[in-house]
Design a protein around this ligand. Structure first.
Ligand code: ARG
Length: 419
């Protein structure tokens, strides 16, 4: 086979990609931003296809869905739908993530990675309902999101095809803006400075691009759109209590949850993450996240879990948590290993009921109180003042003798060998 055959322009690189002649009606995951607006027109032109615009509400703040819908219709969509998926996102995606203490790398609570399989699943449902043959999305060819979306569609709907115009169209930002102007697509602001690339939902917000790509550049203030700068956060600390039932956060100071926890976190400058991430496609990148709710709920959950679990459960679960987070990060939400692990997570979390107090102060969130009917904790046993009862101090030396036996023998052997 020659290079020419390998790279033949009409031969898609993967079985789930659409050949141009297969594209008749496209379900486009539409945010209303520049990329997907240009895409809405571009698909109609390039493929001579109809477009159904689909916008999904995962709790991204400040979105006016009527405006987005109107815009899609004005740009020629044959149908424009808005799906409110906040409930499903919270109960089917965030709850398992909390039970798995889900973080990737240093402190990325996976909000984007958790959202993508749901976007893909809803796109499949809407595509089937509206008679589409193809799903389109705005991911680039350099990120993780394409892996998550393409993978979801290919898994759930082998009959549907995918197009990802940004991977193919070779337009830079300038050209996109020119295309938009030419086709009457409204462009916010000027061409001067490209904005940050943002993705957000109720579990967090990410910023990429601009100075963030310069690793020596400390964060400019304007990147923080949710979280108060810790320097400007209140001088008074505040302690919030989070109640959990079987691993699920159910009360927050007695009130309704995610939004309110997010608000108080933002106020106290909590949940800023600035870290290096290993993308699944091989790139190493820097990401800035604002995760005010997750930065309070995840440590609270993990603490409660440690309190009710045994040493063996706790040591075992840390590894599983990492495995779960990695699968989700890597776009393998539909992989059976993920649901296998979920079964274990659910079982363990049956004990995770109780209340955790978290103190918030100028960017920090620190657990300060714990309470649970299932705590494997006996204050009188742990106390320095008392002895007797279940715990016998006289038994400790015997334990130590046997516990250290192999290590002592090995130490001796090695020292003898060295002379
Ligand atoms: N780096 C994160 C991830 O891979 C966030 C990606 C944000 N996505 C975006 N299209 N801006 O999950």
């Amino acid at each position: 086979m020659t290079d020419d055959q390998l790279l033949h322009p009409h031969e898609p690189a993967a079985s789930y990609l659409a050949r141009p002649e297969e594209v008749g009606r496209v379900c486009l995951l539409y945010s209303g931003g520049l990329d997907t607006s240009v895409m809405l027109k571009w698909i109609q032109d390039q493929y001579d296809a109809e477009v159904v615009a689909l916008t999904i509400n995962l709790g991204q703040p400040g979105e006016d869905y009527d405006v987005v819908r109107e815009k899609a219709l004005r740009l020629g969509a044959v149908d424009a739908r808005v799906v409110d998926a906040r409930e499903e996102f919270a109960s089917e995606y965030l709850v398992p993530a909390i039970k798995a203490n889900a973080n990737y790398g240093l402190n990325y609570p996976l909000f984007t990675a958790l959202g993508r399989p749901l976007l893909g699943k809803i796109a499949v449902e809407v595509a089937r309902e509206t008679g589409c043959d193809t799903i389109a999305h705005g991911c680039t060819g350099k990120g993780n999101d394409q892996v998550r979306l393409d993978g979801t569609v290919a898994t759930l709907a082998p009959e549907l095809k995918v197009i990802a115009p940004v991977r193919d169209w070779k337009m830079g930002r300038e050209e996109e803006i020119a295309y938009a102007r030419e086709h009457g697509i409204p462009v916010k602001g000027g061409t001067e400075t490209p904005p940050y690339s943002i993705d957000d939902n109720i579990w967090g917000r990410s910023s990429e691009g601009k100075w963030i790509e310069d690793l020596t550049h400390a964060p400019d203030d304007d990147v923080f759109q949710l979280v108060t700068r810790p320097e400007e956060a209140p001088d008074e600390a505040e302690t919030v209590t989070i109640g959990f039932e079987e691993g699920v956060p159910v009360s927050f100071n007695g009130e309704q949850l995610l939004d309110r926890v997010g608000e108080v976190g933002m106020k106290h400058g909590v949940g800023i993450v600035d870290h290096i991430e290993d993308r699944i496609v091989g790139l190493k990148v820097r990401d800035i996240y604002e995760v005010p709710a997750a930065a309070i709920i995840l440590p609270a959950h993990a603490e409660l879990e440690r309190l009710v679990g045994t040493i063996h459960q706790n040591r075992f679960k840390t590894g599983l948590d990492q495995q779960w987070g990695y699968l989700v990060y890597a776009g393998l939400w539909w992989e059976p290993l993920r649901t296998d692990i979920d079964a274990y997570m659910n079982e363990v979390n049956r004990q995770v009921t109780g209340t955790i107090g978290v103190k918030l102060y100028k960017g920090m969130a620190r657990v300060v109180t714990r309470e649970s009917p299932n705590a494997v904790y006996d204050a009188s046993l742990a106390s320095f003042n008392e002895s007797g009862g279940l715990f016998s101090q006289q038994a400790s030396p015997g334990f130590i003798e046997l516990w250290s036996l192999q290590s002592r023998l090995a130490w001796r052997l090695r020292n003898e060998a060295r002379g």
